[in-house]
Write a protein that binds this ligand. Structure first.
Ligand code: FAD
Length: 290
């Protein structure tokens, strides 16, 4: 089959949607409703995250194979090094393959203490995502990896982040998706740094609108960094008016998307939280129709 780089380049502008494994039946129904609502936008792929442990990990395996079986969508299954030996990781890759899933996001995952905490590899496990890329490449997967326009919270510098992305590309990654971020220039600078090192891996910017005050702290916990003041100010200005606050969050995300596409991003990757509404609102603001 064609590489993900080719698929991303195909229509001139790629869309992709990220979901998480739902915890119960109601969550599963909500997820499939979101998938149905977003499918007409013909995403290049849809991805399903991999949890910190327990049954959600099995759900990722089950869901991605169901997407492969029952839809025309291209599923990308996430996998992390957290709590797994190399043999276990290889066995999960084999399960993905058996379920008809040929694409993985190869990630290290965060330590239990969150993205800012110190990482210790599982005994018999892997130290860095680049090693998981190599493991998946040995099984002929097509592989995506994480990228960090804002700097990874435990990385010493933006240049180190670029070196890590280059190492993951050289290990066999075909595409990258960024952590959520707020400033288009930071994305453009990361891509320029990677290009200057001679690597042309497509980097899809990850978009997650902030729709309420709770989302500000949730996002900063997720990314291990503070949401910038100018963003917090624009959202907080509508305290007490949830509808206007939501509209402001959509407007902010739309501005970011426009700047990114103008700045040469090959597409947009949406962190949907298993809902379609915010993404559809952004599409409408961007004048993107099915
Ligand atoms: P790595 O590339 O291994 O980097 C981790 C840290 O090690 C960085 O600070 C990096 O600079 C450093 N590093 C890497 N290689 C080297 C080296 N050779 N020498 C020295 N330092 C090095 N988490 C989940 O649990 N489940 C998910 O499904 C999930 N999906 C994600 C999807 C996307 C698009 C993104 C951006 C993140 C996702 N995460 C997920 C979170 C991710 O696991 C964390 O951000 C994690 O801290 C970094 O993962 P990584 O794959 O970039 O790791």
């Amino acid at each position: 089959g064609r590489s993900m780089a080719e698929l991303i380049a195909e229509g001139g502008r790629s869309f992709s949607f990220e979901f998480f494994p739902p915890a119960d039946e109601a969550g599963e129904e909500q997820l499939w409703n979101a998938i149905s609502a977003l499918e007409p936008y013909r995403p290049t792929f849809v991805s399903v995250t991999y949890g910190a442990g327990g049954s959600s990990r099995d759900t990722t395996v089950r869901l991605t194979s169901r997407i492969a079986r029952e839809t025309d969508l291209l599923p990308v299954a996430h996998l992390t090094c957290v709590g797994h030996t190399r043999e276990e990781l290889d066995a999960i890759l084999a399960e993905y393959a058996a379920g008809g899933v040929r694409h993985v996001m190869a990630l290290r995952g965060d330590p239990e203490g969150g993205p800012r905490a110190e990482w210790t590899a599982t005994p018999g496990g892997l130290e860095y995502a680049s090693e998981l890329v190599a493991l998946a490449a040995a099984r002929d997967f097509r592989i995506g990896v994480a990228a960090f326009p804002d700097r990874h919270p435990t990385s010493p510098s933006l240049d180190h982040d670029a070196d890590v992305l280059v190492a993951k590309a050289r290990a066999g990654a075909e595409f990258a998706v960024t952590q959520m971020f707020f400033t288009a220039a930071d994305y453009v600078a990361l891509v320029e740094r990677v290009r200057a090192k001679g690597v042309d891996i497509p980097v899809l910017p990850g978009i997650m609108p902030i729709l309420n005050l709770a989302a500000i702290s949730r996002q900063s916990e997720l990314i291990g960094a503070d949401v910038p003041d100018h963003v917090v100010r624009r959202i907080s200005a509508h305290d007490g008016d949830p509808a206007r606050m939501r509209a402001e969050g959509i407007a902010l995300a739309t501005e970011l998307c426009e700047e990114l596409l103008d700045g040469g991003a090959p597409g947009l990757h949406f962190y949907t939280l298993n809902r379609s509404r915010a993404t559809l609102e952004i599409f409408e603001q961007l004048n993107i129709r099915v």
